[in-house]
Design a protein around this ligand. Structure first.
Ligand code: GLA
Length: 404
């Protein structure tokens, strides 16, 4: 039997022999963290590091460079943040202003009011909110989606009233047609003159089809001041004006949500616009969920629009989940991979005429779908971090998707 005092030198010797026998690649004690460790850290087994993904050092824009553009929605705040913009420039070759190019941002109410009666049919606009972003795009060779010229939402009521006040009387059809024309003319001409070639697609009309409570043709009536003042043909006029003032460098799009649910109605509503030659494509927003089938929601609708003679873009992609169940990030990654897989295959097979996919936001915390974490990046330990969803969008071979 050894006494306690004899046991200690024997144990030391054993440890020395073991250490000397370590191969070069094994973790040596000196590689252990030097900071104090908590008891739980000591007890838990060292996690096996995940093998590095084969797509880790690639970027979204390089991955899809021969197939379609990859875009992201950005706000002015994002655009002033170097960390974010480094990622935007590295990963994407297109962006959409999240809000800054919408009528409520571009219209200058005070100047419209002050300038009456001259401004009655010539509203005054301000472009200060989009200049920085368009300059970044121009300097970095990025494309921009022009979003959006004519929309029932984010277009203030005062724009439709005789005296440009919230509570004023709505204008007549002729006045509103002139305001619509002037608005479209000014926005397009500003962008085309100051930033030639930067905008490659205009969402001329956004969300005008509402099969639930629209008119007999499915055109949105509710809270729609364009419908109230001009009538259902505001869509035809908006596209006619956009075609008239376009320098031909950008395609003209109709953009809507839940396209998979209302694709036949959309095609029907746009028939006269298409026959007049005033539209090029349909933008599918694609605000989707982790329980959705990407094949049904994105691929089928894109194929349908293509077969009806339209170009297609996915314009506002996000795939969210209301639950925070375990494994939800993995499921989300599978869904992103499915979407990119089916769309890419469809494009390569010539079944889908699609040239751009835009994700609606850079990181979860800045998403409009609060709590649903629908995007490719998140903020983690104060830094922008790739989520499994990013690897899904890259079609990482390590992520398995159900094929049908
Ligand atoms: C719609 C619009 C977008 C944006 C989202 C919500 O999809 O087209 O511009 O406002 O709603 O953020």
């Amino acid at each position: 039997m050894f006494s306690k005092t004899r046991l200690i030198p024997v144990l030391c010797l054993c440890i020395c022999i073991l250490l000397a026998g370590c191969t070069k690649d094994e973790k040596k004690p000196t590689e252990q963290p030097t900071e104090p460790v908590t008891p739980t850290e000591v007890l838990s087994p060292t996690p096996t590091p995940e093998p590095e993904s084969v797509v880790e050092h690639m970027t979204l824009k390089d991955r899809y460079k021969d197939v379609f553009k990859i875009g992201v929605a950005v706000s002015n705040t994002t655009m002033h943040n170097k960390e974010y913009m480094d990622v935007v420039k590295e990963q994407f070759n297109s962006f959409t202003f999240e809000n800054e190019m919408k009528p409520d941002s571009l219209l200058n109410r005070t100047a419209c009011q002050k300038g009456l009666p001259d401004t009655d049919t010539e509203p005054v606009l301000q472009f200060i909110g989009i200049q920085n972003g368009l300059t970044i795009a121009k300097q970095n060779g990025m494309g921009v989606r022009g979003h959006t010229l004519c929309w029932y939402s984010q277009t203030p009521r005062w724009f439709f009233t005789k005296d440009y006040t919230d509570s004023g009387e709505l204008c007549d059809r002729e006045t509103m047609l002139k305001r619509l024309e002037s608005y479209i003319k000014q926005v397009m001409e500003f962008c085309q003159t100051e930033y030639p070639g930067v905008i490659y697609a205009w969402d001329v009309v956004n969300e005008a089809v509402d099969i639930g409570s629209g008119d007999s043709d499915g055109i949105r009536k509710e809270k729609n001041n364009w419908y109230a003042t001009i009538g259902p043909d505001f869509i035809d006029y908006a596209f006619a004006f956009a075609r008239k003032y376009s320098d031909g460098t950008a395609k003209l799009y109709y953009n809507d949500y839940n396209c998979y649910d209302k694709m036949a109605s959309i095609v029907r509503v746009l028939k006269s616009v298409q026959e007049a030659g005033n539209i090029d494509g349909i933008g599918m927003q694609c605000h989707l969920g982790t329980m959705d089938s990407m094949r049904d929601r994105a691929y089928k609708a894109a194929k349908y629009f293509t077969s009806n003679g339209y170009c297609v873009q996915i314009t506002e992609l996000d795939i969210g989940s209301k639950t925070r169940a375990e494994g939800i990030e993995k499921l989300q990654a599978i869904r992103y991979k499915e979407l990119f897989y089916y769309v890419e295959q469809g494009v390569k097979a010539g079944e889908i005429n699609l040239d751009s996919i835009t994700v609606w936001g850079l990181y979860d915390e800045a998403s409009w779908r609060t709590g649903e974490n629908p995007l490719l990046y998140k903020r983690s330990v104060g830094k922008l971090t790739k989520k499994p969803a990013w690897y899904g969008a890259m079609q990482d071979p390590a992520i398995e998707i159900p094929l049908n």
